[in-house]
Design a binder for this molecule. Sequence first.
Ligand code: HEC
Length: 101
Amino acid sequence: MKKTMSILAGLAALALVSSPAIASDMPDGAKLFKKKCKMCHAINKKKVGPMVASMNTDSEVLKTTITNGRKRMPKFGHKLSEAEIDAIVAFIQENQSQPAE
Ligand code: HEC
């Protein structure tokens, strides 16, 4: 029994190390945005939803909108971790300070 447990612990440690999402300190906001949001939001152009450059700049508003959704915007609270949502919020705010192309 003891041996089985240590093997299991070893496997769990291996799984943690080999998973890039868990291994990195911070989720990649740009990558997540591209995967989950880009079909509806461009940086400097209006698509299905408002462009990133003209979005609300308040972290709490951004977080709430992403977590709970709004009107035609789907909610992501059950699909993304809090750290992932924080990373996306940071990505949005970085791109808001850039001038329109
Ligand atoms: C299916 C299309 C769709 C997807 C996918 C989508 N959105 Fe939206 N989003 C919208 C629409 C439409 C609105 C406008 C909602 C409204 O009318 O209030 C919106 C609004 C928002 C707002 C509010 C902007 C403001 O100024 O208050 C934020 C922030 C936002 N989206 C971020 C995201 C992020 C981040 C993702 C990816 C995790 C995402 N959206 C994915 C359609 C989408």
